[in-house]
Design a protein around this ligand. Structure first.
Ligand code: HXC
Length: 529
C-alpha cells in the first residue's frame, strides 16, 4: 500500500468522519419510512386503509420486522418518472416472526405511484421470495396496487413474470398467503391466484380482471367495484378468496392463526401436544336423526372430535355443502373434509368438488393428515351441473384423494351412496383407516331410487302397489342401510360408536405417524383441470 493511499484511508476512517456517516445513515434511514409522503399517507388513511408498514406490524410478533432493500429506487426516466424516485419504491419487504415462526413478507405501498409494480419492486419481492424458499419459511404478500407500472411498460410486465415463476416453483414447498387490502387488477390478480390462501378485507380489497368501466363498455352491465370483485363476492360467489374479514386488524389476526396452524414447509413436522382441552364425546351418540332425510349440522361433529376451538374453516362461505379446514388432534394439525347435510343435503356439486380437491392437495403437499367425514347422497343431478362439467370437476376430487399419500382416515356417519361413496376417501382410493357409525348406509343409491329401478316390474304387477313398494323398500334397507355388509367384506375396518370417534382418530394418527407411501415415479400426473 502506498503512503498516499494509507493517508487517504486513515482520513476517511477518522472518528469524526464515521460519526457523520452514521448520522447521514440515520437521516437517510428515517427518510425511507415516509413512502410517498405525508399527504399521500393521509389520503391512504382517509380511504380507511392502513399504511404498508402498519400492515407488516400487524402481521409480525410485537409489530417488529427486519426490512430489506429500503434504499432501492426505480431507474425509469420516461413520462416524468425521474421526478418520483423514492427510497424503497412501491413495496416494503422483509422478515420477522409469527408466534416465533420465521415468515417473509412484502407489503405494497399505495402511497408510491399507487403501489404500481416496477421492475425494482418486483426485484425486491423476488429477493424475499428466494430467501423464503431457501430457508423453508412461509411468505405473505400484502397487495394494494394499481397493477403494472404503466410508465415502465415491458420492464414491469417482466417483473410480474418473475413473481409468477416463483409462486409456481414454490407451490407445495412453502405456504404462500395473500392479503388483498386494496386494488388488485388485471394480470396482477394472478400472483394471488397462484398462492395457497387469499384473505380479503371487506370494503378495502378488490380483485378483478377488468374494472367496472371496461365491463360496462364491453358487456353493457353496470356493476360497482365491490360487487364485481370485493371480499364478499370472492368469498361466497367465485371461490377465489378463502377468507373475508371485516377489518385489517381481524384479517391479520386470522393470517397469524393460520400460519400458526400450518407447517413452515413441506418437510416440517410440528410437535404435538397432549395437554389439550376436549368436550364430552357422548352427545355424538344422539346426533344422527331417526329420519334419514332429516339434516343435522356436521360442525357439531367436527367441534366435538377436535381439540377444543382449534378449527380454522377454509372457504366457509363458498360451496357450503362441503366443509374443509384445519383442526388439531392433540396439538397436531389435521385437515378435515366433511359433507354438510345441513346445506343441500351435503350433495357433491361442481363447486364442492373443486373446493375439496384443492384442499386435499394442499394437505398432501404439506404432509397434513386428512380426516374425511362422510354423509353424502351422491352427485348433484341436472343440466346446470352437467353443462358446467361436473364430470370433470368431480374427477378432480377423486384424483386428489387417490394421489394423496398422507395418512387418510375416513369416518362414514350416515349416507355413502354411489360414486360419492368412492370419492369421499374410500378404502379403494388408498385411505388407511375406514370406519363407520352404526347409522351408516353404504349403497349404490338411496332406497327410493333403487326400488323404483330394480323393483319396477314387481311393483307394477302387484295387486297392492303401495304395500309391495313398502316391502321392497324395507328389504333394501335391511340389506344396505347398515354398515355391517361392508364391514363383513373388509371395506370398513370397524364399526364404532360415534362417541369413540376422537379416540379412533387419535389412535389411527399415532399408528400412521411413520407412514410412507409413494406414487409411481413420473414427471407429473394430468389432473382433470
Ligand atoms: C402507474 C399508477 C398506476 C399504474 C395508479 N397509479 N395505478 N401509476 N401505474 N398502474 C397512480 C395514479 O396515477 C395516481 O398518481 C396514484 O397512483 C394513485 O392513483 P389514483 O387513481 O389516484 O387512486 P384511486 O382513485 O384510489 O384509484 C386506484 C386505481 C386506479 C383503481 C387502482 O389508480 C386505477 O385504475 N389504476 C390503473 C389500474 C390498471 O388498469 N392497471 C393496469 C392493470 S393491467 P397521481 O400522481 O396522479 O396521484 C396489469 C398487467 C399485469 O397490471 C400483467 C401481468 C401479467
Amino acid at each position: 500500500m502506498s503512503k498516499d493511499s494509507k493517508n487517504t484511508n486513515s482520513e476517511e476512517n477518522s472518528p469524526k468522519d464515521i460519526a457523520s456517516k452514521i448520522k447521514n445513515l440515520e437521516e437517510r434511514r428515517a427518510n425511507t419510512k415516509f413512502g410517498g409522503g405525508k399527504e399521500r399517507q393521509e389520503s391512504q388513511k382517509s380511504k380507511g386503509k392502513k399504511l404498508a408498514r402498519e400492515r407488516l406490524s400487524l402481521l409480525f410478533d410485537n409489530g417488529e420486522f427486519t426490512e430489506i432493500d429500503p434504499y432501492v429506487k426505480h431507474f425509469s426516466n420516461d413520462f416524468g418518472l425521474d421526478k418520483s424516485r423514492i427510497d424503497g419504491d412501491s413495496v416494503v419487504v422483509g422478515y420477522g416472526t409469527v408466534n416465533g415462526q420465521q415468515v417473509f413478507a412484502f407489503s405494497q405501498d399505495f402511497t408510491v405511484l399507487g403501489g404500481s409494480l416496477s421492475k425494482v419492486a418486483s426485484n425486491k419481492i423476488c429477493k424475499v421470495f428466494d430467501l423464503a424458499i431457501k430457508t423453508g419459511c412461509p411468505i405473505v404478500g400484502i397487495n394494494d396496487s394499481g397493477g403494472a407500472r404503466i410508465q415502465e411498460g415491458v420492464d414491469s410486465l417482466s417483473g410480474y413474470g418473475e413473481i409468477f415463476k416463483r409462486n409456481t416453483m414454490a407451490s407445495g414447498v412453502i405456504p404462500q398467503i395473500t392479503v388483498v387490502v386494496g386494488p388488485s387488477a388485471g394480470g396482477a390478480v394472478y400472483s394471488p391466484a397462484l398462492t395457497d390462501f387469499i384473505f380479503m378485507v371487506e370494503g378495502v380489497g378488490q380483485m378483478y380482471i377488468t374494472g367496472p368501466e371496461v365491463v360496462k363498455a364491453v358487456t353493457g352491465e353496470e356493476v360497482s367495484h365491490e360487487d364485481l370483485g370485493g371480499a364478499t363476492t370472492h368469498a361466497s360467489k367465485s371461490g377465489v378468496a378463502h377468507f373475508a374479514s371485516e377489518s385489517e386488524e381481524d384479517c391479520f389476526e386470522s393470517v397469524r392463526k393460520l400460519i400458526d396452524t400450518l407447517p413452515a414447509n413441506n418437510v416440517d413436522m410440528k410437535a404435538s401436544d397432549s395437554s389439550v382441552e376436549t368436550v364430552n364425546q357422548e352427545d355424538l351418540n344422539k346426533l344422527i336423526p331417526e329420519n334419514p332425510n332429516q339434516s343435522y349440522d356436521v360442525f357439531e361433529v367436527i367441534e366435538t372430535i377436535i381439540d377444543t376451538n382449534s378449527f380454522i374453516e377454509v372457504q366457509s362461505e363458498y360451496a357450503k355443502n362441503i366443509v374443509v379446514g384445519f383442526s388439531k388432534f392433540n396439538g397436531r394439525t389435521v385437515g378435515i373434509v366433511a359433507n354438510q347435510p345441513d346445506h343441500m343435503a351435503g350433495v357433491l356439486d361442481i363447486n364442492a368438488s373443486s373446493k375439496a380437491a384443492r384442499f386435499v392437495r394442499f394437505c398432501d403437499a404439506f404432509n397434513i393428515p386428512i380426516v374425511t367425514l362422510v354423509d353424502v347422497p351422491g352427485f348433484m343431478p341436472g343440466t346446470i351441473q352437467e353443462y358446467g362439467g361436473i364430470i370433470r370437476h368431480g374427477a378432480k376430487l377423486l384424483y386428489a384423494f387417490v394421489e394423496a399419500t398422507v395418512p387418510k382416515i375416513t369416518v362414514i356417519l350416515r349416507k355413502a351412496y354411489g360414486g360419492a361413496y368412492i370419492v369421499m376417501g374410500s378404502k379403494e382410493l388408498r385411505a388407511d383407516i375406514n370406519v363407520a357409525w352404526p347409522s351408516a348406509e353404504l349403497a349404490v343409491m338411496g332406497p327410493e331410487g333403487a326400488v323404483n329401478i330394480i323393483g319396477r316390474k314387481e311393483i307394477a304387477a302387484a295387486e297392492n302397489k303401495d304395500e309391495k313398494k313398502a316391502e321392497l323398500l324395507q328389504n333394501y334397507r335391511d340389506k344396505f342401510a347398515n354398515p355391517f355388509v361392508a364391514a363383513e367384506k373388509g371395506f370398513l375396518d370397524d364399526v364404532i360408536k360415534p362417541s369413540e370417534t376422537r379416540d379412533l382418530i387419535l389412535k389411527s394418527l399415532n399408528m400412521l405417524e411413520n407412514k410412507t407411501d409413494q406414487n409411481i415415479p413420473k414427471k407429473h400426473g394430468n389432473i382433470p383441470l
